[in-house]
Design a binder for this molecule. Structure first.
Ligand SMILES: Nc1ncnc2c1ncn2[C@@H]1O[C@H](COP(=O)(O)OP(=O)(O)OP(=O)(O)O)[C@@H](O)[C@H]1O
Ligand SMILES: [Mg+2]
Length: 271
C-alpha cells in the first residue's frame, strides 16, 4: 500500500449526479423479518445527513447495505450517479466509503495501530530483491498516532495497546478516527457517540463537521435528535423499513421529527 491518499479518488471526473450516494427502494428481508421495505437515501458531498428513526426502523440495515456488509434483496445503489453493485466492504472502501459500525468492528486482540490499518496494512520491502515483504509497523504507528491526535483522543497513552484493554468510549473514538483517516468520499456512522462522554462526543461532532467541510458526505445515525437538528444539514427519518422524509434540518423542529418517526406528518408537509 502506498501513502494514504486523501484525493477524491472515488469521484469520477464528470459525475452523473450531484449525489455521492443514492439508495433507491432498497428491500431487505431477514427470514420473516422485513427489515427494509423500500428505503431510499440521497446525500451530497459536503453534506451531513442525519438518519433517525425508532429502534428497529432499519437504519443500521440500510447503512450496512450501502457499505457492502449486506446485500439487498432489491433496489438500486448508485455512487455519483453510477449504478453499482457493492460486493463487499472492501469494494465500498475502494469507492472511498468508510463506516463506523454500531458494534464498532474492531479486533480486540490487536493493537490500536493494527486496528487502524486492519486489512490495509502497509508493507515494507524485504532485503532480498524486496522479498519477503513485512508489515511497515513504523508507518502504521506513526499514522495511527497522528489520526488519534487529530481526533482529539487524549486519554490514550499508546497506540500499541490492545483494543481489548480500552474503555468503550476509547474504542468508539478509535473507530471514528479510523473512518475519518481513510474516507475519501463518504463516512457512514452508526451511533458514533453512544458510548462517549460529553467532551469526546463534542469532538466527534466536530470531526463530522470538518469531514463535511473537506467535501465528504457524512451519514450519521443518532437518537439524539436535538443535536442532529443543529449538527446536520438534512434529516432523513425512517419508519418500519422505509425512509418517510428527507428534509433540511432548518425546516424541522423536534416535534416534527418525532411526529414523522411515529407516523405523522411534519408541519407544512403535504399529507
Ligand atoms: N442479522 C439480522 N437477522 C435478523 N433480523 C435482523 C438482522 N439485522 C436486523 N434485523 C431486524 O431488522 C430490523 C431492522 O433492524 P436495524 O438494526 O436495521 O434497526 P435500527 O433502525 O438500526 O435499530 P436501532 O436503533 O435499535 O439500532 C429489526 O426488526 C431487526 O430485528
Ligand atoms: Mg441500529
Amino acid at each position: 500500500m502506498g501513502q494514504r491518499v486523501r484525493s477524491e479518488q472515488g469521484k469520477p471526473s464528470s459525475p452523473r449526479s450531484d449525489y455521492v450516494i443514492e439508495a433507491t427502494d432498497i428491500v431487505k428481508r431477514f427470514g420473516h423479518v422485513q427489515a427494509l421495505s423500500g428505503a431510499s437515501l440521497q446525500v451530497r458531498p459536503g453534506e451531513v445527513l442525519a438518519l433517525v428513526g425508532d429502534n428497529g426502523a432499519g437504519k443500521s440495515t440500510l447503512t450496512k447495505i450501502i457499505c457492502g456488509a449486506l446485500t439487498p434483496d432489491s433496489g438500486r445503489l448508485a455512487f455519483w450517479g453510477e449504478t453499482t453493485t457493492v460486493t463487499s466492504i472492501r469494494h465500498a472502501q475502494e469507492l472511498g466509503v468508510e463506516t463506523v459500525y454500531q458494534d464498532l468492528a474492531l479486533a480486540p486482540d490487536l493493537s490500536v495501530a493494527e486496528n487502524m490499518f486492519l486489512g490495509r496494512e502497509p508493507l515494507t520491502r524485504g532485503i532480498f530483491a524486496g522479498w519477503p515483504p513485512s508489515l511497515d509497523r513504523k508507518k502504521m504507528r506513526q499514522a495511527a498516532r497522528q489520526a488519534i491526535a487529530a481526533a482529539g483522543i487524549s486519554t490514550l497513552n499508546s497506540v500499541d495497546r490492545a483494543v481489548r484493554d480500552l474503555s468503550g468510549g476509547q474504542r468508539q473514538a478509535i473507530a471514528v478516527a479510523r473512518a475519518v483517516m481513510w474516507a475519501t468520499t463518504a463516512i457512514l456512522m452508526d451511533e458514533p457517540t453512544a458510548a462517549l462522554g460529553t467532551k469526546q462526543t463534542d469532538i466527534v461532532y466536530e470531526s463530522i463537521r470538518s469531514a463535511a467541510a473537506r467535501g465528504l458526505a457524512v451519514v450519521v445515525i443518532s437518537h439524539d435528535i436535538p443535536k442532529m437538528l443543529s449538527l446536520a444539514d438534512r434529516i432523513a427519518v425512517m419508519r418500519q423499513g422505509r425512509t418517510v422524509s428527507n428534509l433540511p434540518a432548518r425546516d424541522l423542529t423536534l416535534t416534527d421529527v418525532v411526529t414523522l418517526m411515529l407516523g405523522g406528518h411534519a408541519r407544512g408537509e403535504a399529507a
